[in-house]
Design a protein around this ligand. Structure first.
Ligand SMILES: Nc1ncnc2c1ncn2[C@@H]1O[C@H](COP(=O)(O)OP(=O)(O)OP(=O)(O)O)[C@@H](O)[C@H]1O
Ligand SMILES: O=P(O)(O)OC[C@H]1O[C@](O)(CO)[C@@H](O)[C@@H]1O
Ligand SMILES: [Mg+2]
Length: 324
């Protein structure tokens, strides 16, 4: 029979994502509603290693569902990538009598969760990342807010680009993943989308395309460039030199990760947060919550991390076809 869970820990890790607070709230209230104590771990794995741990009540998460960022703070913690750091983190969980840990973050954070699971800490991951790069789930908390924020910003860039008949290189987040760039590319009707996953990015071809577009009477040329491709200012300079079309680079940056979560992010976060606690209460460990084929599901973390996710070629091709 599974050991009864008396205390649950919760932390957020990696880049913050809108909806993380809704997930924390759901974890806290589902646990407390089932007579389980909650310890909030501040600053991700860094806070765990520094024993930055607080008891949480239902009131601690009042008035947070609508707030961006994470009330628990977050961090990227290199020590957690070492065996020594992982052993220490597991020992601290035991010291604070944490029978189950909920980790809200991206693929990197899940690797830390897997390490803790292997060291005997029951751990469940919730996908919270604006990158949407977790293969086992069709949705990650934060993506909808981020893509809508970026889309609205790019609409504004487009207005001024059209008015001045300029080219704009707009850099969106995504160091390794191009989902945000692809979605903005389609939603904003961009002429070109540059993704970290596509290695066929060809400056000559972009320059030729811009020249042909001008001949066809297009008033602007919008390039959505993912952070992983980067170098937007340099690309803008080269385009201007080669085509004579005034070209500006706009880096949207952290505005994409901030802001109040959309209804979609709040709802997914609330359900995933509650499900994570239910899994721990069933004695499960080393699982990650996901959303697949219209249902909330869970996967083994090892299997989830082994799954591959590629940019859908079909969607990318359609985006190209619509940009004529
Ligand atoms: N291989 C690993 N083993 C143990 N812990 C890891 C490992 N990789 C990452 N982590 C931990 O998870 C933290 C967050 O990872 P990372 O910076 O990749 O962000 P993420 O969770 O993928 O989120 P996002 O990509 O949305 O910013 C790292 O700072 C580190 O503490
Ligand atoms: O500057 P930071 O905090 O390392 O974050 C940048 C990275 O994190 C993400 O924003 C995801 O949170 C990636 O898209 C990006 O590459
Ligand atoms: Mg990641």
């Amino acid at each position: 029979m599974a050991k009864q869970i008396r205390t649950i820990g919760v932390l957020t890790s990696g880049g913050d994502a809108p909806g993380m607070n809704a997930a924390i709230r759901a974890v806290v209230r589902t646990a407390l509603g089932n007579g389980v104590k909650v310890r909030g771990i501040r600053r991700g794995y860094s806070g765990l290693l520094n024993e930055d741990i607080i008891d949480m009540t239902a009131r601690d998460v009042s008035d947070t569902i609508q707030r961006g960022g994470t009330i628990l703070q977050t961090a990227r913690c290199l020590d957690m990538c070492t065996e020594e750091g992982q052993q220490k983190a597991a020992a601290i969980c035991k010291k604070y009598e944490i029978d189950g840990l909920v980790v809200i973050g991206g693929d990197g954070s899940f690797k830390g969760a897997r390490a803790l699971s292997n060291l005997g800490v029951n751990t469940i991951g919730i996908p919270g990342t604006i990158d949407m790069d977790i293969a086992c789930t069709e949705y990650t908390i934060g993506f909808d807010t981020a893509v809508n924020t970026a889309m609205e910003a790019i609409d504004k860039v487009r207005d001024t680009s059209t008015s001045h008949e300029r080219c704009s290189v707009v850099e969106v987040m995504g160091r390794d993943a191009g989902y945000l760039a692809l979605w903005c590319g389609i939603a904003n009707g961009a002429e070109k989308i540059l993704l970290p996953e596509e290695h066929d990015y060809n400056e000559e071809q972009i320059i030729q395309d811009i020249t042909e577009n001008r001949k066809r009477g297009k008033k602007h040329y919008i390039i959505i460039n993912a952070e992983g491709v980067g170098d937007s200012a340099n690309l803008a300079r080269k385009i201007e030199e080669a085509t004579g079309m005034e070209t500006r680079a706009t880096i949207l940056g952290y505005m994409q990760r901030g802001g109040s979560p959309t209804a979609k992010d709040r709802v997914y976060a609330s359900i995933m947060g509650a499900k994570a606690v239910q899994l721990l209460m069933e004695g499960k460990t080393n699982r990650v919550v996901g959303y697949k084929h219209g249902e909330y599901v869970d996967f083994d973390i090892d299997e989830a991390l082994d799954m591959q996710k590629a940019i859908p070629a079909y969607q990318y091709d359609i985006a190209k076809g619509l940009s004529i």
